[in-house]
Design a protein around this ligand. Structure first.
Ligand code: NAP
Length: 252
């Protein structure tokens, strides 16, 4: 994928999990990668790994729920690497537990909306003006299968926040298209990250595998491959798409 050579990509939330895999995958394809998160030790470890494998990387720290911190990370990136060509707004997560609607807490609701929808909005808001000025850019947002259909397994505040990211992505794609900017969204089903490896008892894995028509667990590389495709010119006629990376468990 030579089109990614020497492009500059920021992957938010790449100190671990899906984001770390996307960043490593991009670096292998010649992208200069900016890792992001809050955990300095993990960021340093992944940066060293990329550089050891012959890639180029730097890392920035910022709380993506705070616009001033994102802005300051952006100026650090622009000084050191240059303007961001590819933005993967991946940082997020499920910040509350599933519960019946009337037992959900206001705190859990606010944390989910803030940590996913607001975080994605603020991240894009910071990088979009530069892309518009340069008349090029590629933005990938991350939703979830939880926003695509009701399973009863995901907390409603998380599903609702991710569904908000999807319509925001499409609105943005329509608005930014005339500036040569593509905006797409990836909606993963459960992806077996190190966090899940530690959390899910092995006896539950068979049920998870069975749930997916493709009869295996989703891996971080499945999302990384989808991100690579959307970031490259191989998808140059694709914008405003919600791409289900779900082993067939979501068919919308
Ligand atoms: N794994 C799945 O099954 C799955 C399925 C569907 C969708 N997703 C979505 O995919 C994305 C990545 O998931 P994951 O499972 O890889 O998550 P993860 O392992 O929990 O990692 C989350 C990443 O986001 C960063 N982050 C979270 N909140 C942040 C904040 N306020 N400011 C800065 N960084 C923040 C974390 O950084 P620090 O820890 O360094 O702060 C970390 O790098 C999320 O948006 C998630 O909702 C995941």
């Amino acid at each position: 994928m030579e089109q990614l050579n020497d492009k500059i990509a920021l992957v938010t939330g790449s100190s671990r999990g899906i984001g770390a895999e996307i960043a490593k995958h991009f670096a292998k394809h010649g992208t200069r990668v900016i890792l992001h998160g809050r955990d300095e030790a993990s960021l340093g470890k992944i940066e060293d790994e990329i550089i050891r494998d012959g890639g180029q990387a730097m890392h920035v720290k910022a709380d993506v729920t705070k616009f001033a911190e994102i802005e300051s990370a952006r100026s650090e990136i622009e000084k050191k690497f240059g303007p961001v060509d590819i933005l993967v707004a991946n940082a997020g997560g499920s910040f509350t537990k599933p519960a019946p609607f009337d037992e959900l807490s206001e705190e859990g609701w606010r944390a989910s909306v803030e940590g996913n929808l607001t975080a994605t909005f603020l991240t894009v808001k910071s990088f979009l003006p530069g892309m518009k000025k340069r008349k090029s850019g590629n933005i990938i947002t991350i939703s979830s299968a939880a926003a695509r259909h009701v399973t009863g397994r995901s907390p409603v505040p998380y599903s609702a926040a991710k569904a908000g990211i999807e319509i925001m992505t499409q609105q943005l794609a329509a608005e930014a298209g005339p500036f040569g900017i593509r905006v797409n969204c990836i909606a993963p089903e459960m992806i077996f990250t190190e966090k899940h490896r530690a959390m899910i008892p092995p006896e539950h894995l068979k049920g998870i595998v069975e749930y997916h028509p493709l009869k295996r667990l989703g891996e971080t590389k499945d999302v990384a491959e989808a991100a690579l495709f959307l970031a490259s010119d191989n998808s140059s006629w694709i914008t405003g798409v919600i791409l289900d990376v779900a082993g067939g468990a979501v068919m919308v």
